[in-house]
Design a protein around this ligand. Structure first.
Ligand SMILES: O=C(O)c1cc(=O)[nH]c(=O)n1[C@@H]1O[C@H](COP(=O)(O)O)[C@@H](O)[C@H]1O
Length: 238
């Protein structure tokens, strides 16, 4: 997953995924299956995309009591995704349980999926966090706190915005993944995202990976948009 551009396949069903991927031909990409697609298609969509040779981030953002998350992760581990996630707000014990579940559900000889934690959603502004979650510290501090908690739990990294990626790497280490959604080309529409950044900014801040949905999936020319965002992310001169 490191250095990847992860395409968020936020589609209602497999049909639209196939239509979208058709333009990519035989090219293998890195994709994210979120709640919309997983809830409509079920676990088979994970094995299908893996069989096609794509890397898969299964983004279900688990957040529940430790026992439930442990059991759910045991089930998810067998689906073959490369990476899964939880909400760091569930706490250290819950995150440790997530890893236990993944370990126990991974059959011998296979690698357990990477597990990362959402810190503060990229759709959350500092003002919202302080007035709605009643977290009375700057947003950066909350994101760093959740990142340290995730690292203490043994997780492989976090989901954060590009604005926090550099800070997290400096405090925790470059091996700790910083996966950054909220990515928009300079001319892009933010929509519901609050902490948005360009692919170039994410690269300069040392983000491990970027997650991009609508700027590609809703584009009139998805493949061209993908290629241009990927070039900017990889630092290829445009
Ligand atoms: O965990 C995520 O993937 C995630 C975390 C976060 O803080 N913000 C966020 O946008 N995401 C996901 O990243 C994708 C962003 O999509 P676009 O805003 O369309 O580029 C969506 O599928 C979100 O569910």
């Amino acid at each position: 997953m490191r250095n990847s551009l992860i395409i968020a396949l936020d589609f209602p069903a497999k049909r639209q995924v196939l239509d979208f991927l058709q333009a990519f031909g035989d090219e293998k990409v890195c994709v994210k299956i979120g709640m919309e697609l997983f809830y409509s298609e079920g676990p088979d969509i994970v094995s299908y995309l893996k069989e096609q040779g794509h890397e898969v981030f299964l983004d279900l953002k688990l957040h529940d009591i430790p026992n439930t998350v442990r059991s759910a992760m045991k089930s998810l581990a067998s689906l073959g995704a490369d990476m899964v996630n939880v909400h760091a707000a569930g706490g250290q014990e819950m995150m440790e349980a997530a890893l236990e579940g993944l370990d126990s559900g991974t059959s011998s000889g296979n690698r357990r999926p990477l597990c990362i934690a959402v810190t503060q959603l990229t759709s959350t502004s500092e003002e919202q966090m302080q007035t709605q979650q009643l977290i009375q510290v700057p947003l950066q501090e909350s994101v760093l706190h959740y990142s340290k908690l995730s690292a203490d739990a043994g997780l492989d990294g976090v989901v954060c915005s590009a604005y926090e990626a550099g800070m997290i790497s400096r405090h925790i280490g470059a091996e700790f993944l910083t996966v950054t959604p909220g990515i928009r080309p300079a001319s892009g529409v933010a929509g519901d995202q609050k902490r948005v950044a360009t692919p170039q900014f994410a690269r300069e801040e040392g983000a491990s990976a970027i997650v991009v949905g609508r700027p590609i999936t809703k584009s009139a020319a998805p493949l061209e948009s993908y290629r241009s965002i990927k070039k900017e992310w990889e630092g290829v001169l445009l």
